[in-house]
Design a protein around this ligand. Structure first.
Ligand SMILES: [Zn+2]
Length: 140
């Protein structure tokens, strides 16, 4: 786990070490997705808020060993997202996914980072499902 200082609070991003139980859902749901998706806390308002830390697909994931605290520059392109359930706008099938709406986004120095969204519905294949997930986790 490595801590990063930022304007909005300290961000703690876990690598492969054991995580606190408050992050169990993040680990269970996203542990198979690889290094771009890591369980994280944002420490703000005296509380540890659980998130999925999502690194941009065109960027580098920084070293997450606790060698020294990171800075907000190290978080460039990172989104702190939540796991939500959305219904397909066409057929109503419900899915869980990593949801970027309301995500806390750290600006990339190179402009908008590459965070693609999954919009097509796996049930009806509609392109207008508007699921909007960063990654689809499964049926709800
Ligand atoms: Zn659908």
């Amino acid at each position: 786990m490595r801590r990063f200082a930022s304007r909005v609070g300290v961000v703690e991003v876990y690598d492969t070490e054991p995580t606190p139980s408050a992050l169990a859902e993040m680990v269970r749901e996203t542990g198979h997705l690889g290094r771009r998706f890591r369980p994280a806390f944002l420490w703000a308002f005296g509380r540890a808020l659980p998130y999925v830390a999502v690194w941009a697909s065109d960027g580098e994931v920084p070293d997450l060993t606790p060698r020294r605290p990171g800075t907000e520059d190290d978080l460039a392109g990172l989104w702190l997202a939540e796991i939500r359930t959305h219904a397909c706008g066409a057929c109503g099938a419900r899915f869980r996914g990593v949801n970027p709406d309301g995500a806390l986004a750290f600006r990339s120095r190179r402009g908008s980072p590459a965070h693609r969204r999954v919009d097509a519905c796996p049930a009806c294949e509609s392109r207008s499902a508007r699921l909007g997930f960063l990654v689809l986790l499964g049926p709800a």
